[in-house]
Design a protein around this ligand. Structure first.
Ligand SMILES: O=C1O[C@H](COP(=O)(O)O)[C@@H](O)[C@H](O)[C@H]1O
Length: 264
């Protein structure tokens, strides 16, 4: 039995971004101290824009406010099976919102996109990305399952995270690290996603959720038994206190589960 996840709620997106920045830099510094690299899995959707607000702020110069992007390895929690320049591409979002805007002096991360050149063969796309993870994690650490230093997730209005949707048989996968779906309820239909065990296997896991459109699903996830079975609820149940939710007050309106303003 682990402890409960943390739910943080802020009055403004800029407050949220400041606290998210502190959370990410703390995870970065601990990882670099531990193994000289910071392996992060990022999601698409609304997350890249908020993450960019957090990471592209001017640094105070203190160690606990300094990004070392040259030590970062960025992986993708999921991808929509579209070309990289398509408006639905999660890679495009992360690139345009964040990667292209990182100042030269902060260094360049190594980026491992989910290769969309096999657009007609999603099984091959999933296999290729699993091989990428095997090369980057298993060959170095002989691991059974990759352990990210930080996994940054979003929460859809139906409670999905990555491309793991409510009631999907993919939620029962315990073996493969990377899965594909060809009939996603949210377009585009073809997607690649980390499996639930991999999406829960982060030293830290941060959800970023904003806007009143998410308040009903957050209430279900935190306050109801059925919500605990939704993909986001399952991450809470499997990863316990390693999970922190960064929300604005609009998204947690009506949620009974206690929210705080820490860690800052
Ligand atoms: O389709 C997706 O949706 C989720 C949630 O997106 P949001 O826009 O509601 O934040 C996202 O986390 C995932 O990466 C994406 O492929």
């Amino acid at each position: 039995m682990g402890g409960p996840p943390s739910l943080y709620a802020y009055d403004s997106i800029s407050d949220l971004a400041r606290n998210l920045r502190a959370f990410v830099i703390d995870a970065q510094n601990q990882s670099i101290d531990r193994h000289d690299v910071f392996r992060v899995a990022v999601s698409g959707g609304s997350l890249p824009a908020t993450l960019a607000k957090a990471l592209l702020q001017e640094s105070t110069g203190a160690r606990d406010d300094t990004l070392q992007f040259s030590k970062w390895e960025i992986f993708f929690a999921d991808e929509r099976c579209v070309p990289f320049d398509h408006e639905e591409s999660n890679y495009r979002l992360v690139k345009e919102e964040l990667l292209d805007k990182i100042p030269e002096q902060e260094g360049k991360p190594r980026v491992f996109p989910i290769d969309t050149k096999y657009l007609d063969d999603v099984a091959e796309m999933a296999d290729q990305y699993e091989q990428t993870l095997v090369q980057q994690f298993a060959s170095r650490d002989s691991v059974r399952i990759p352990m990210f230093d930080l996994i940054l997730l979003g929460c859809g209005p139906d409670g999905h995270t990555c491309s793991l949707f409510p009631g999907s048989p993919l939620l029962r996968e315990t073996d493969a690290w990377v899965l594909y779906i060809e009939d996603s309820p949210k377009p585009p239909p073809k997607r690649i996603t980390l499996s639930l065990p991999v999406a829960c296997h982060g030293i830290k896991i941060g959800f970023v959720v904003t806007g009143g459109g998410k308040k009903e699903i957050l209430r279900q996830i935190f306050d109801t038994e059925e919500g605990h079975q939704l993909p986001c609820g399952l991450v809470n149940s499997l990863a316990h206190e390693r999970v922190a939710w960064f929300c604005d007050t609009a998204a947690v309106e009506g949620v009974q589960f206690p929210s705080r303003k820490s860690p800052l």
